[in-house]
Design a protein around this ligand. Structure first.
Ligand code: SAM
Length: 275
């Protein structure tokens, strides 16, 4: 797909904020303060490690990219940071704008643009950029990183999460190919691995309430990320998360997300880079 086509599809697909399926399962049907609270309690309970990666400081100028249901956005508002919220999808922006309105947060800026073609945000202007589960959907991971780098102040921090190209899920689905690629690109060389998932694979990760999968999903290895982030002073990569099936093996999600599999072969890579 051409970039223009990916952008058009992303705008449409993500205007139903991701997390809508979970919200429906929780019985959430409207955009009221208490319904958002209920969703956020579920969200941060499901990803208990998330806040510690983001670690916002009170006077930080923060840019959040890829807002989804807006739980992280709302938390940044409550921590009373000065934040800019950027998303390609009008529906995601509207949802976070609504959240801000409900809690009377007036320090926010809302930018409905793509991180690949930012126009209304100044370069060298942020202390922290947060992009959870977003940069792998843009259609151009390298350009997304480049853009984040430019928007950060010197010494600024980029925190992002992308999907792991060498997670247990990939090894289960394509055992031989994954092993071969792992040894060739990740273990014996520092080339790294980045690939676009097939539609059916992407559906396991992101799906709309109508059953569609995200228009574009990229999977990245640690080396591929280190290469793309080579301009940063430091890059720290951690592995997290495991699917619901594992709860049966380990007894609970609380235990499964702390397991060896989640920490070594989990589905998500959390990256903290310093410019
Ligand atoms: C899976 S959601 C992540 C939401 C949220 N951060 C979370 O963790 O629940 C991905 C978000 O990235 C946004 N996105 C996709 N491509 C983008 C782009 N090129 N520029 C800015 N945002 C984009 C989508 O609109 C969507 O809101």
């Amino acid at each position: 797909l051409k970039q223009e086509e990916i952008n058009t599809q992303n705008k449409k697909f993500w205007s139903e904020p991701c997390g809508t399926i979970s919200a429906h399962k929780l019985g959430i049907t409207s955009k009221k303060r208490e319904e958002f609270l209920k969703y956020d309690e579920f969200f941060f309970g499901y990803y208990p490690y998330l806040k510690s990666y983001i670690n916002p400081q009170k006077n930080d100028e923060i840019l959040e990219i890829g807002l989804g249901y807006g739980s992280v956005s709302q938390w940044l508002m409550e921590e009373s940071t000065k934040a800019t919220f950027l998303d390609i999808a009008p529906g995601a922006i509207e949802q976070v704008r609504k959240r801000a309105e409900l809690i009377g947060y007036s320090r926010g800026r809302f930018v409905n643009e793509s991180i690949l073609e930012v126009q209304s945000v100044a370069v060298n202007s942020f202390d922290k950029i947060v992009a959870i589960g977003c940069l792998h959907h843009t259609g151009d991971f390298h350009k997304s990183i480049e853009s984040c780098y430019n928007l950060l102040k010197n010494g600024g921090i980029l925190v992002f999460m992308v999907y792991n190209a060498f997670s247990y899920r990939q090894f289960l689905q394509h055992p031989l190919n994954s092993l071969y690629c792992y040894f060739k690109n990740e273990f014996l060389s520092d080339e790294g691995m980045a690939f676009y998932g097939a539609e059916s694979e992407n559906a396991v990760y992101d799906q709309s309430s109508g059953g569609e999968s995200a228009p574009c999903t990229q999977f990245l290895s640690k080396n591929a990320i280190s290469n793309a982030c080579a301009k940063f002073k430091s890059v720290d990569i951690s592995i997290e998360n495991i699917g619901g099936m594992a709860n049966r093996i380990f007894g609970s999600r609380e235990k499964s997300i702390k397991s060896f599999i989640a920490k070594k072969l989990g589905t998500d890579l959390y990256v903290v880079c310093v410019k």
